[in-house]
Design a protein around this ligand. Structure first.
Ligand SMILES: [Cu+2]
Length: 355
């Protein structure tokens, strides 16, 4: 790992852990169960015998293209000399995530998460001149949209408590992603030859990784007075190539948040997330279109997202145990491998109920 990346990781730990500790170090023992912003998974544990059910809706939006960290236009991509004739313009990913948590003991919380995913991508096709006699110009274009939807990968996990104090908690995250999402979706496209076949769609339009992935991590969370904060480091490690002959890139994510409780039923939060992902290794022989998303090298990179969130907490009567939360994240810095679409923002709305 290059020194610059290591420095970024250390900076996150400093701001999330040491700084808040020293700012708010006092002897107040007012204990509340703090949750991270709704976009963070596996942030909290439960007490023996407790169940929690959750539903999250997450919408992710990508638009325009980057080469490294610089913007590149569709014409720039066409003229890049890489033989690219189809350019993605926009992509939305909507996910419906259903989760359950159960704690057989105070030391251990088990998790299950099932996803339904919908993806949509708009493209611009630059038509090939159809021969010397044809009047069609180099700039003739067409547009088309591809869509996929279905079950995504299923995640099971265990949270194991390393330290449970009055004000701070540390636990290990041990996750396994099971490849229930299909990776052979097809849809109709518009080729530079003005034909409309339905080939296998490029990697970002598939709904799963096709591999068993382990997801180890560690989470630190603290709370004092009306403040709470935390930090989580999580990795995704692909165990093998999938049946189509590739594996998505491994990923490391560091996220740190701070929250403030305005009243007993309302909290607000700020969060910074750093994500590093590798390119795809291997190749699906059936993904072969003149578009950047068909090239395994045009995957991975790094990015920083800034999130703002609110959580409504039901603490009395019929609302007890219910939470409703929203988090909006926007990408503030991004550096991609090769040419890729630019991440714009993410919205997560979630409902949690514990008993
Ligand atoms: Cu929970």
């Amino acid at each position: 790992m290059p020194a610059q990346k290591l420095l970024k990781l250390l900076a996150f730990f400093f701001f999330s852990t040491l700084l808040p500790q020293s700012l708010w170090a006092n002897t107040d023992h007012h204990k509340i169960t703090a949750h991270a912003p709704i976009g963070v998974m596996g942030d909290h544990m439960h007490k023996t015998g407790e169940w929690m059910f959750s539903y999250r809706y997450m919408s992710m939006s990508m638009e325009d293209n980057l080469q490294g960290s610089n913007n590149i236009s569709p014409e720039g991509i066409r003229d890049s000399g890489l033989g690219l004739r189809v350019v993605p313009l926009q992509m939305t990913t909507d996910m419906h995530m259903f989760g359950a948590m159960y704690a057989p003991s105070d030391k251990l919380t088990l998790m299950l998460m099932v996803n339904y995913v919908e993806k949509e991508m708009d493209h611009l096709t630059f038509m090939m001149p159809m021969g010397p006699m044809m009047p069609m110009s180099m700039n003739e274009t067409g547009v088309f949209t591809t869509k996929t939807s279905g079950i995504g990968d299923t995640k099971i996990g265990a949270l194991y408590s390393l330290r449970s104090g009055d004000n701070t908690n540390i636990h290990l995250n041990l996750g396994l992603s099971i490849p229930t999402g299909k990776i052979d979706y097809t849809d109709q496209i518009l080729t530079p030859m003005n034909t409309t076949p339905s080939p296998r769609l490029p990697y970002p339009m598939q709904l799963g990784s096709g591999t068993y992935d382990i997801q180890p991590g560690i989470t630190y969370a603290g709370t004092r007075n009306s403040w709470d904060w935390g930090s989580q480091v999580k990795m995704i490690i692909r165990l093998d190539d999938n049946d189509e002959g590739y594996s998505l890139g491994d990923q490391t994510q560091v996220t740190s948040w701070g929250g403030y409780r305005f009243t007993h039923w309302l909290t607000g939060s700020l969060r910074l997330t750093y994500t590093h992902a590798d390119e795809i290794s291997g190749k699906d022989a059936l993904i072969n279109l003149p578009v950047q998303t068909s090239n395994p090298d045009n995957f991975g990179g790094e990015r920083i997202d800034l999130g703002v969130g609110i959580t409504l907490i039901g603490s009395e009567g019929a609302q007890k145990g219910h939470r409703l939360a929203l988090e909006y994240e926007t990408t503030i810095d991004q550096d991609v491998n090769g040419i890729q679409m630019e991440m714009q923002d993410m919205l997560t709305i979630g409902y949690q109920f514990s008993l």
